[in-house]
Design a protein around this ligand. Structure first.
Ligand code: URA
Length: 246
């Protein structure tokens, strides 16, 4: 067990959180100016966690079990199985839809335009890829970036289930309708699912719009921001992210 105490309150321009928000630049900013004042008092907390390499080891064993998966037609055109990226010990898991063209080549989730926006959304609530794990409901690229079909999601589901069992996150964030429906088991639209906390077993689930939808529709920024504030409050209540290094 190691001591990890990092309780900070963002109160001014020397605060790293404030700087990260302000550094986006006003032309390209994801957060609206009024969000910054809402967040100036944001408190971030963290808890000590048991040091252990077992999460990484178990995830590596899982990738070996998946091997050169031929479980559905997505294997035919994929270059890389994209399992996920970030910190699997952090206790926060973001789940998107499926790898796009860049992700399929690089083997890392959310590296394209939507991924850059996701990084800014994370930064706005004082998270980054060292304090969250990011994955998708399907691990292989649907050709042409189409929405994965129900049978493709079903064929890949055991991998996500295993990832969640291994990582034991304290919170899951579902990005977009396919991920939100799959993880909540609901058939409702994302507009109905978002704005409240669901459960996957005992784990709280926050559905929100997919960053790619935000790139197309400015009006979705405010509801996403409201969801992210709800997430930040929940993280603080639960003492997440966990800060132990494996
Ligand atoms: N969109 C997703 O849903 N996942 C990715 O990994 C990239 C883009």
């Amino acid at each position: 067990m190691t001591e990890k105490s990092d309780t900070s309150t963002g109160t001014g321009r020397n605060d790293p959180f404030w700087n990260s928000v302000a550094s986006f630049g006003l032309d390209d900013i994801f957060v609206l100016p009024e969000w910054i004042s809402e967040l100036k008092g944001v408190k971030t907390t963290s808890v000590a966690v048991e040091e252990s390499g077992s999460i990484s080891l178990e995830l590596t064993a899982l990738t070996q079990r998946v091997g050169d998966c031929r479980g559905c037609r997505l294997c035919e055109e994929r270059n890389t199985i994209v399992f996920g990226g970030g910190n699997p010990s952090a206790g926060i898991v973001f789940i998107g839809e499926g790898p796009g063209a860049n992700e399929d080549i690089q083997g890392v989730p959310f590296v394209g335009r939507a991924g850059k926006l996701l990084d800014r959304i994370l930064a706005a609530i004082n998270l980054d890829r060292d304090s969250a794990f990011i994955t998708n409901i399907v691990k292989c690229r649907p050709p042409g970036n189409r929405t994965p079909s129900k049978d493709e999601v079903a064929a890949c589901w055991w991998i996500l289930e295993e990832q969640i069992r291994i990582m034991q996150p304290g919170v899951i964030v579902a990005l977009g309708a396919p991920a939100s429906r799959a993880i909540t088991g609901s058939s409702e639209g994302i507009g109905k699912l978002r704005g409240r906390i669901h459960r996957y077993g005992d784990i709280p689930v926050i559905p929100t719009y997919h960053p790619a939808a935000l790139l197309r529709t400015d009006a979705l920024r405010r509801p996403v921001w409201n969801d992210m504030k709800m997430l930040r409050q929940l993280l603080d209540e639960l003492g997440l992210p966990r800060t132990g290094k494996e």
